[in-house]
Design a protein around this ligand. Structure first.
Ligand code: PMV
Length: 325
C-alpha cells in the first residue's frame, strides 16, 4: 500500500492594506487587493498523509483532535486538492503552531498555506508558486499571501485563475518589526469568513473599495522606498477604514476593546514625538504595532506598561511557505 506524505511550514502574515469583503465567498475572491508581510519566527508546521485505508479525513491541531468546524473546513479544502489532482484518497493531517491560537495573529493564513504546500507535494502536483498561492486562497483568503516570501501583494484578479499573491520585496528589503500587543486571547465571536460576507451591508464599504487602488499604490511605494512615515499613515488609515466598515455593517461588528483604543492612541502619540511606529488591527482586539526593527525593544517595553496588555509577540518580515520533506 502506498502512503503519500509530506511536511511543510508556513508563517502567518500581517496585512498593511486589508482584505475585507468577498466578490465570491465560495472562491474567496476579494473585492480589492491587499498587501502584507510574513511574520518570521511564528510558524505552522503541517504533516499530511494521504492513506487509502482511511474512510474520512482526520485533523489534529497542537496534539489534540480538532473540533468539528475546523475538520469540516479542512476537508472542504482537501476536496479542492483532490479535484485538482484527481485523487479520491482521504488524509490525516497533523498541524502544529508555535504561537498561541486566538492571539490576534491569523493562524488560518499559516495553516492553509502550510496545508496547501504539504498536500501539493504529497500528491506530486508540481504547482508553480502562483498556483500554490491560488490553492491556499481556497482555504482562507489571506493564506494566499503566506505562500510567497517577504512583502507580498495579493492582486484581487477577476477569477479563480488570476487571484493570487506575489512578492513585491524580499524579507531583508526592510528591517521592520511587528510587535503584537495581546489584550485578549478569547476566540472571536464572528469569524472573518462570516465578516467578509456582511461587509457589503455597510454603506461605507463602497467608498472603501473605490479608494483601495490609491491606498495600495501608496503602500507599495512606501515599502519600495522604505518610507516609514508614508507607510504609517496609510497603514493606520486602512485599518481604521476596515473597522469603520465592520462597525457599520449589519450586524455591526465591534472588535475593539477599550484597551485596543488606548494602545492605538498611545502609538499615534509616540509617532508624533518621533518614534517610527504605527498600528494596525485585524478582526480582533489585539494590536499589531509596526515599527523599525531598531526600536522594537523600546516599543515592547512601552507596550508592556499599558494596562491590559498581557503579553507581546515580536516578529520580522519572513520567508514564504516551504516544503520540509
Ligand atoms: O483570510 P481571512 O478570511 O481570515 O481574512 C483575513 C481578514 C483580516 O485579517 C482582518 C485582514 C487581512 O487582510 O488579513
Amino acid at each position: 500500500m502506498t502512503l503519500f506524505t509530506a511536511l511543510a511550514m508556513a508563517h502567518p502574515n500581517i496585512a498593511l492594506i486589508k482584505y475585507w469583503g468577498d466578490r465570491d465567498a465560495h472562491l474567496h475572491l476579494p473585492v480589492s487587493g491587499s498587501i502584507s508581510f510574513n511574520l518570521d519566527g511564528l510558524a505552522t508546521r503541517t504533516l499530511i498523509t494521504f492513506d487509502p485505508q482511511l474512510h474520512a479525513d482526520a485533523l489534529s491541531i497542537n496534539a489534540a483532535p480538532a473540533d468539528e468546524k475546523s475538520l469540516k473546513r479542512m476537508s472542504a479544502f482537501l476536496d479542492v486538492v483532490r479535484r485538482w489532482s484527481g485523487s479520491v484518497v482521504f488524509a490525516s493531517v497533523v498541524s502544529e503552531t508555535n504561537f498561541p491560537l486566538g492571539s490576534g495573529v491569523a493562524s488560518s493564513a499559516s495553516a492553509f498555506a502550510a496545508l496547501a504546500m504539504a498536500a501539493a507535494h504529497a500528491l506530486n502536483l508540481n504547482l508553480s508558486d502562483q498556483e500554490l498561492s491560488r490553492l491556499a486562497r481556497h482555504g482562507s483568503g489571506s493564506a494566499c499571501r503566506s505562500i510567497p516570501g517577504g512583502f507580498v501583494e495579493w492582486k484581487c484578479g477577476q477569477s479563480d485563475e488570476d487571484s493570487y499573491a506575489e512578492t513585491i520585496a524580499p524579507p531583508d528589503h526592510w528591517q521592520l518589526a511587528d510587535v503584537t500587543a495581546i489584550v485578549s486571547s478569547e476566540q472571536k465571536a464572528i469569524s472573518s469568513a462570516e465578516g467578509h460576507q456582511i461587509a457589503a451591508s455597510s454603506p461605507l464599504q463602497a467608498a472603501r473599495v473605490a479608494d483601495a487602488n490609491r491606498r495600495l499604490d501608496i503602500c507599495r511605494s512606501a515599502i519600495l522606498e522604505r518610507d516609514f512615515d508614508k507607510l504609517a499613515t496609510i497603514t493606520e488609515l486602512d485599518s481604521n477604514l476596515m473597522h469603520a466598515v465592520m462597525m457599520t455593517s449589519t450586524p455591526a461588528l465591534f472588535y475593539w476593546r477599550p484597551e485596543t483604543l488606548a494602545i492605538m492612541k498611545a502609538v499615534a502619540a509616540w509617532r508624533q514625538s518621533g518614534l517610527p511606529v504605527c498600528y494596525t488591527v485585524d478582526a480582533g482586539p489585539n494590536v499589531h504595532v509596526i515599527c523599525l526593527a531598531q526600536v522594537e525593544s523600546e516599543v515592547t517595553a512601552r507596550l508592556s506598561t499599558i494596562p491590559g496588555v498581557s503579553k507581546t509577540l515580536c516578529a520580522h518580515p519572513g520567508a514564504g511557505a516551504s516544503f520540509v520533506k
